[in-house]
Design a protein around this ligand. Structure first.
Ligand code: NZQ
Ligand code: ZN
Length: 400
């Protein structure tokens, strides 16, 4: 998805792009909320929706900390809890109704990508009587009025805090898709909030960041652009810091680097001048719509198999990926062998860090209708090869 660069430029050539902006003011580092939040809150109206997930913020003290700041700023707080991983459209409606009833002036979204995404759409839905899903997907019109939002990031990986895209699951329609919603005016990224995050989620989040980088990197144009060179550096750094955390889970430097990489990968900068399709995400999202699987873990299963299907259409770029990201020498290898070596390095890395490598490991049971999932995926042009539903089904079957 291309969230931060205006839609009109998606189809333009890399030599011409315009309109990049990012509206989120970021405060980063341990103690940033303590330092800035109370004075920032004073710039908003009195009624605040404090939105969070299934309770981790109550266990790790972040909820009490936020309540302290809200009280100090003299706010009237409406509590909105229970935003689930892979947030549903029904949950959006619940939050929007609560926001309307309580004349909410500001949404404080405290959580990972799921909480932040759900709040982006609550923010828009609370301002319109129209059904936002149908407005966006049937009428292709997008919201322009929002309740302002501040994101307090407790889990990194999605980069949701710095864009206006929100991935929402419509359970009735069995579609998990990116919607356009509010973009947080302010994001507070304090990597110490994520110390309570289970390591499995730290890793799947970090892999999600790597996936965002790869999905952008393997878009067009394939070479000669600054976005890709910045991207290579982020990919190398994500891989390096994941390895640091595997040996030293508390390492704050590595956690901080990963948290900022997460924002950098999805704040639009890497997409400047690029046409992408995010096809692996399209597949994973539909897998999520049917199985509610973990996003980063689902991507880990799909990526290597998907790349084995498309690399021949982008050999040169896959060669570069092998050399620049994985440090593989081209010596003694054909162009094709070099490309495949990079994909195998990616697959080995996924095994090394203990993410699932098959759909079975991901918890997808045998009864799951892979064909229905494949048929429900978007096949988007943009990168090297446009998928067909038949090929997506082959990928799912190979992943099983
Ligand atoms: O429910 P809570 O209590 O918050 O627990 C969560 C959840 O169980 C827990 N958690 C979060 N912070 C914690 C913590 N547990 C302990 N300590 C903490 N500090 O972690 C679990 C996963 O959280 P979730 O927010 O679901 O994970 P993530 O940040 O990976 O977000 C996933 C969602 O974001 C979407 C995904 O599709 C998925 O729906 N994405 C959003 C994107 C965007 N807006 O730009 C792009 C991505 O590609 C992605 O699709
Ligand atoms: Zn993702």
């Amino acid at each position: 998805m291309l969230f931060a660069v205006s839609r009109s430029i998606i189809s333009l050539r890399a030599v011409f792009w315009s309109g990049y902006e990012n509206k989120t003011k970021v405060h980063f580092g341990k103690g940033c909320a303590k330092e800035y939040l109370v004075s920032l809150l004073k710039g908003y109206g009195n009624n605040v929706l404090l939105a969070y997930g299934s309770g981790s913020v109550k266990k790790n003290g972040v909820y009490d900390e936020m309540m302290g700041y809200l009280n100090e700023a003299g706010k009237t707080v409406t509590d909105f809890s229970g935003i689930m991983s892979n947030p549903t459209y029904a949950k959006v409606q619940e939050g929007a109704a609560l926001a309307r009833e309580n004349h909410i002036d500001l949404i404080l979204a405290v959580g990972g990508g799921s909480v932040i995404d759900c709040c982006k759409i609550i923010s828009a839905q609370a301002k319109t009587e129209r059904d936002l899903w149908s407005m966006e997907f049937d009428c292709h019109t997008y919201p322009s009025e929002f309740i302002p939002m501040i994101a307090i990031v407790t889990a990194s990986g999605t980069g949701a805090e710095m864009n206006n895209g929100a991935v929402i699951t419509n359970e009735e329609k069995k579609i998990k898709a990116g919607m356009i919603g509010a973009q947080a005016e302010i994001a507070m990224i304090d990597p110490s909030y994520a110390l309570s995050l289970p390591m499995k989620q730290v890793l799947s989040g970090a892999f999600d960041t790597l996936s965002h980088c790869m999905e952008t990197y393997f878009g067009k144009p394939g070479s000669g652009n600054l976005s890709d060179e910045i991207n290579e550096s982020i990919m190398r750094m994500v891989i390096r810091n994941i390895r640091v955390l595997l040996n030293d889970a508390q390492n704050m430097e590595a956690r901080s680097e990963l948290a900022w990489a997460s924002s950098m990968a999805e704040n639009g900068i890497l997409k400047i001048g690029k046409v992408t399709d995010f096809e692996c995400h399209q597949m994973e999202h539909q897998l999520g719509a049917y199985t509610n699987c973990n996003h980063g873990a689902g991507l880990a299963v799909l990526h290597p198999v998907y790349y084995r299907h498309i690399y021949q259409s982008g050999l040169e770029k896959f060669d570069r990926f092998s050399e620049e990201v994985w440090g593989i020498s081209q010596e003694g290898k054909t162009v094709e062998e070099l490309a495949l070596a990079g994909i195998e390095a990616l697959a080995d890395f996924i095994r090394e860090i203990g993410l699932p490598t098959t759909l079975r490991e991901l918890g997808v049971d045998e009864q799951t209708d892979l064909k229905a999932i494949a048929d429900s995926c978007n096949c988007v042009p943009g990168a090297y090869k446009k998928m067909t539903h038949e090929e997506i089904l082959e990928i799912f079957q190979e992943c099983y």
